[in-house]
Design a protein around this ligand. Sequence first.
Ligand SMILES: NC(=O)C1=CN([C@@H]2O[C@H](COP(=O)(O)OP(=O)(O)OC[C@H]3O[C@@H](n4cnc5c(N)ncnc54)[C@H](OP(=O)(O)O)[C@@H]3O)[C@@H](O)[C@H]2O)C=CC1
Ligand SMILES: N[C@@H](C=O)C(=O)O
Length: 235
Amino acid sequence: MTETLSHTALITGASRGLGRALARELARQGWNLLLDARHPAPLEAVRAELQTLTHVQTRSGDVGDAFHRQELLEAAQTLGGIDVLINNASMLGPSPQPDLLSFPLDILEQVYRTNVIAPLALIQTLEPQLKSNACIINITSDAGQEVYAGWGGYGSSKAALEHLSAILAVERSDLSVYWVDPGDMRTDMHQAAFPGEDISDRLLPEESVPGILQLIAQRYPSGRYLARALPARNQ
Ligand SMILES: NC(=O)C1=CN([C@@H]2O[C@H](COP(=O)(O)OP(=O)(O)OC[C@H]3O[C@@H](n4cnc5c(N)ncnc54)[C@H](OP(=O)(O)O)[C@@H]3O)[C@@H](O)[C@H]2O)C=CC1
Ligand SMILES: N[C@@H](C=O)C(=O)O
C-alpha cells in the first residue's frame, strides 16, 4: 500500500549524533521520516521516541550494502517518494588515525565505500523516488578542505564527496544539492577522532541543525555551506 505523505526525509546514520538530532527536529516539524543505521536497537529507540510526533520508518543496514539501499528504495516507495535525502552516515577509519603511508588499504577502501560511493549510490538508487525539486544534503567536513596531518583517509574521502556533490549540482540543476560542513560536534565520531581527549568544549550536534534545516526550508542555491554560518555560502 502506498501512503501519500506530504514531506518525507530520508536520513542515513540517524541513531545518534547529528543524524538523530536532525531526525528529532524534522519530526517536531511534522516531517515523515525514513531512517537508517547499522545497529537495530539504537535505531529502534529513535523510532520509538519519534513515533509520537510523526510517521517514522526505519531500516537497519549498512549504506555501503546495495541490498540495504534497495530496502530503502522500497520503503521510499511506500512513503510516496522522498523530498529530502540527507547522506549523513560516515566512517572515520582507525582511531587513532594513521598517517597515509601506514594506512591499511583495506580500511581505506571501506572509508571510501561508506563516505563517497554509498552517498552517490543511494542518490542513484533513490532517483526514481525523488520528488521534483528534491533536496540532497551530503554531510562533509572541514577535513574535506583543510590539510590536517593524520586525516588523509577520512579527509580525502570527504574531499571526494565535496567534489562529487559540486558536479552533481551542475549536472542536475533541477535538484537542490548541498554539501555541508556541520562543524566540530561532541559525538562518538569526534571522540574517536580525538581518542583520550576531553571534547566537552565542542558544541552538541543540535547546534548544527538549524542551519541545515534552513537550507531545506529556504532552498538556497546549490553549493557548500557551513551549517553554523548559514545563510553565508562557502565556495
Ligand atoms: N562529529 C564531528 O565533529 C563532525 C562530523 N562530521 C560529519 O557529520 C556526520 C555525522 O557525524 P556524527 O554525528 O559525529 O557521527 P556519529 O558517529 O555520532 O553517528 C554516526 C551515525 O551513522 C551511523 N552509521 C555509521 N556508519 C554507517 C553505515 N555504514 N551505514 C549506516 N549507518 C551508519 C551510526 O550508527 P551505526 O553505528 O549503528 O551504524 C550513527 O547513527 C558524518 O558525516 C561526519 O563525517 C563532520 C565534521 C565534524
Ligand atoms: N572535523 C572533524 C572532526 O572531528 C570531522 O569531520 O569529524
